[in-house]
Design a protein around this ligand. Sequence first.
Ligand SMILES: Cc1ncc(COP(=O)(O)O)c(C=O)c1O
Length: 1002
Amino acid sequence: MAALRVASTCLRQSAARSIHQSLSVRGLATAKSPKNLFESLDTFTDRHIGPDDNETEFMLSKLGFDSMESFLAATVPQNIRIAGSTVSNVSIPALSETELHASAKRLGRKNEQFKSFIGMGYHNAVVPPVILRNVFENPAWYTPYTPYQPEIAQGRLESLVNFQTMIMSLTSMHISNASLLDEATAAAEAMVMAYVQSNQKKKTFFVDKAVLPQTISVLKTRAKGFGINICVGDVADALKFDALRADLAGVLIQYPDVNGLITDYSDFTKQVHEAGALVIVATDLLALTLLKPPGEWGADVVLGNSARFGVPAGYGGPHGAFFAVTEKLKRKMPGRLIGRSKDTMGNPAYRLALQTREQHIRREKATSNICTSQALLANMAAMYAVYHGPIGLERIAKKVHFLTQILKSAVERLGFRVINASSYFDTLTIDVSKHCANAEVMHAAAALQGLNLRRVDKNTVGVTLDESVGQEDLLSLIRAFYVAASQPEPDVADLPIPTEPAFPHQLARESEFLSHPVFNKHHSETEMLRYIFHLASKDLGLVHAMIPLGSCTMKLNSTSSMIPLTWPEFGSIHPFAPHEQVEGYRKIIKELEDDLCKITGFHACSVQPNSGAAGEYAGLTVIRAYHESRGEGHRDVCLIPLSAHGTNPASAVMAGLKVVPVKTHSDGNLDLGDLKAKAEKHKDNLAVFMITYPSTFGVFEDGITDACKIIHDCGGQVYLDGANLNAQVGLTNPAVCGGDVCHLNLHKTFAIPHGGGGPGVGPICVAEHLAPFLPSHPLVKTGGDAAIDAVSAAPFGSASILLISWAYIKMLGGNGLSESTNIALLNANYMAHRLAGHYSLRFKNKNGRVAHELLIDLAEFDKAAGLKVTDFAKRVQDYGFHPPTCSWPISTCMLIEPTESETLEEIDRFCDAMIQIRKEAEDIITGKQPKDNNLLKNAPHPLSLMVTSDKEWNRPYSREEAAYPVPWLREKKFWPTVSRIDDAYGDLNLICDCPTVEELAS
Ligand SMILES: Cc1ncc(COP(=O)(O)O)c(C=O)c1O
């Protein structure tokens, strides 16, 4: 040991000597000598944080500070600072990357990998390796943001159109959106649509009792806010009683239902329409390759989960839900919709369509708050359909269906009764009472084979087959039934081989599907690989450059935190697997919840909401339940500053609250006088005040604690939108600020990649008095003693990606988390300093400091030369960057957030680009370039434009000025693939599916 100690000291000294000899190389100047030979060198903080110590010192000095602490003192109000020990390596110890992986492996082994035949909307998907490796595990696909800048997002836009086309084709509906959060919340969106369609006059929504139980639970939660009455029963009763019929807004049926039964609903649908209500159908995509699609028998809305198309179960998610409607409902459809339009050169191009439906615009008039959805998972499902094509999908469906028939023959031979024998696709519901004292005997027999079945009731079990089932699995299943029946080893040799479908012939699909060229040409792996890479090459992600989108926190999504995600120990687990099989997951979730409580200062946490907006809705619903529990259910006023994100008022309305806006001062601060006046005016009915902190104007306001006190004094609660938590971690927290509940965007602050528009996770953390009301789940115990119903389909929401945030927190440890915040603030302030004098910074605090983002106002350019925010944004694309957040929260502004992960070099590169664009704008203002034909108005400039003839070029600037305005672009050019896209044309000529053979030929 002594020798080792000596060796360790020598190594330290010689390392220190050689390190300080090469100060000129970035990072080496501050390389720390290891304390001993065995110290981990793969520490994460240095990898996550962009600037090194020298760069940090440099930026501080540029801002006039001699220490980080003096900078922080000028930036964050003193009265909300927390002790450094609150979030430190003592409260959250740091693990190296290697240690983290060892810990994840150890916990993964604690998840028992039983084969689940539970069904209920979740299957064992077979992820084609070419999609697993090149989409799911590929940062070019998982790091981009929502495609708000379509010229640099044509790849995933095309893929999302493939998704929409796939859904439209399989369901036979007119139009589909580009995914929703999960099947249950999609059903809730459909219910609200039905209510809105009746002009909010009809308030009864009938749900068939054979709809998935988690869907029913989420519907109950959502119905409350709108005052909708949910009736759960036999759907045939929906039209029996006149009073019910007269008030009926819609019905929800499951096709095939939770028990596997397939019913012909065509007559029923006509009757529901005669009653003036909508028919909403939850369905299964694979089944629809064989079954008559709901669009052909009159459904108004068709929805479901696309996960069995190649997305791992992941203990409940994330998965892409789908949502398709008839033509007449298209403008009421929630969620993002991708449409085809054209660029300025007349080339076809995709972009987000009908965006005026979004809550950003509609705010408290919105009836849906959906923002982040499930783009990455929708892309995976679409790629799965592209890879297999219609023939491959039908083959998979037939395999599943015929294996299910063989299973049925086997269990019936033993005398078990299959309850849905008359009609099924992949699910059998089996009465086991003939041989088993109760269903537990059957479950025990299945467990002996390493299998999970669905728990139905004391005499009945359910079995759902999927693509992954092979001969051994089927034999194990059959064996389990033989064991339960105390029969010898099964002889399956003479079981009949099915040839015909096991559902009524009138329900068989006759129409073709997925005939579009894209689903019929990429079936070899070579072709598929090239298609995936071809699309990826059109999209700008974090793999290319900084994405400085304000309020979005596009930081490093580290490879080390992503790796465990696709291990089968985590990927293969069914969300309703028995408690004792998921010890690993439970431990990780508990540790994450505990760490999030330490970070926020709150008492309890629920990870069930699967987006930030879903978190808002859950938090507000918890607050409502709290008021009700105190006999104050009448409190229904929600105060929201005008600067709030559009999801805030939309979520408030969904929770049944009345929105009252609060003013902000011209310096960006909340108008405390107005807040006080409104709080007092609504004192008797005040439920909650929603506030984002630091504000969406990019400053820490001094008055936050005063604001919270005003609300509490008037009997209200404070909801803190945690989208900007990246400015708080380790320095302050929502509890100290005075909040009662907050949501966190794990896909921002806690490093879950944005996936090109989702997945996200929006856990809520709450103070002790709100903990009893955290959301429950009908199948797995979650939440408090007085829990509200579920807010998501799965008990722990998008459980598998919780691993990413868990790993992020564990690897940074408390010190690294706090340091990240310091650097996020420093990077933003340095950027504000560099851009000062070129652009007008809209808001700063009394010391001249911004928080973790900055708002620059471009109004002067519009006045002087007609240049809009969009013109600047499109020109930023020419410089190889993703533009900042545009026209929000102020229409004339850009909101810029660099995050802690960007190096000084990258920040300088971005500032250089912005300063050069400013010069280009000056040339337009001074008349050197015409107002209607210039570098900004014509931006972006795609490669195809560079090769046009001189005559066609016809611009008062050179190609070089257009494409290479700064020298480093010669090395680092990212080409937009189309020129500026015409939004209005696309909305007027709405086309939301892939080109057909005929269109491609013309
Ligand atoms: C301030 C703020 N609140 C809420 C949200 C909604 O989060 P999500 O998109 O995850 O639903 C956002 C999203 O950008 C946001 O910026």
